[in-house]
Design a protein around this ligand. Sequence first.
Ligand code: ADP
Ligand code: MG
Length: 485
Amino acid sequence: MDKDCEKVWTECLAVIRDNISPNSFNTWFAPIKPIRLKDSVLTLQVPSQFFYEWLEEHYIDLLKRTIKKEIGLKGRLEYSIIMDSSHHANHSKPYTVHAPTLNKKALKNPPISIPIDLNKNKDQGKGRSIPNPFIIPGLKKINIHPQLIESYNFDNFVQGDCNRLARSAGMAVGQNPGKTSFNPLLIYSANGLGKTHLVHAIGIEVKNLYPEKTVLYVTAEQFTNQFIDSIRNDNMNDFVHFYQMIDLLIVDDIHCLAGKPKTQDVFFHLFNHLHQNGKQIIITSDTPPVEMSGIEPRLLSRFKWGLSADLQKPDFETRMAILEKKIRNDGVEMPREVLELISAKITTSIREMEGALISILAQASMNKKDITPELAANVIDKFVKHIPKEVTIDYIQKTVCQYFDIPIEKLKSKSRKRETVQARQLAMYFSKQHTKASLAVIGSKCGNKDHATVLHACKTIKNLIDTDKRFKKYVEDINKIIKIK
Ligand code: ADP
Ligand code: MG
């Protein structure tokens, strides 16, 4: 019996792993222990109440689907929560919660016992949910499920200088799909800066304002797979027909079509059909159209018809606003200092920022610790280490010059003005500390000096740190800036 339980959970984990990021998997699923499988009830041990609530709140659908798949329609899930011994000295036994449910009130007072019906589907009563419906004959337009994620709405999309154009263009399209000159609307950016969120928000806006319109979100990869399946199943007509019914088509990560000429071909014709019929197309990409490689020129030229707008890295204020919104939405509390720490250290990806936030919550919960700046710093350090970042001599020079407000050309010149000499020496000192460059290379980049000059500079700076308090403070400040790159 117990063996079955392990086996079933291992199979569940395999499915779950395919559906979420490795980070989320390690944080939320790796610590779970399966302890029992009896009468189709699978009992999982989780480290804390918080952990259980988080699973329920964020992974309920995935868990439902997986359990149903592995155990069958009668499958149920129960959690066994390890009690916090510091608060409940007399309860060494774990208590059990029957779940998942989405009843948040009940969550506050566990243990509760509400069996879930895995057959029940959120969309029941609203018409059937059909993720891949083109294979169903006689399909009615109204039944197409838009595949939108509810929380990716405009309310939750924080506005900042980094996304002003993209966001307002998105709003305009959401209010008047197919009627603006932003057709197609192309949103591009590096990873984790909000493309997927923004295009969902547009879809949700359209659904809210025009419930009768058919909206569909797909990733370019899903589109490709559906196309390949349709060839294999000999129903390409159904595939094409299905997509021609859409009023707002959102294709995420279009760069994934690179090097797939057949899929590009079918998308090209679909694009033309939709565009000619006044339907709205939204695509996202990791590069601007001019830099896209592996995409047929005729398709590329279509992408340039409408508007391309990019999402930039958010500034510090926007990063703070995003984190604040996030914790408010999740109903958790966190000291402002901790949020500042995350915003200061993680600057290149909102997804990574959220990852760090979630890891901090998880760490605090699993180890039953308060969320302090120390704990946060620890987690963030580990987090940031996984993002290889190179501190270069150029970057150091820029940082030092910005700090003292002197032009970088001066530092690279032969100028012997006192402040320039000092900045140059500092750049040498930090380059020695933070890069693997040789003294000769450092010298050549800092005013064409030789290695002995660099060595001398390092000694001078060390002396000054030991003797001059104000100077020491400069060095610490600059060090902080260099390290949070
Ligand atoms: P991309 O598709 O560009 O890789 P995502 O849309 O998946 O990025 O965004 C990554 C995460 O960051 C998501 O959880 C998203 O909700 C969040 N996010 C991105 N931009 C914003 C924003 N402006 N306001 C709030 N959250 C954001
Ligand atoms: Mg995305």
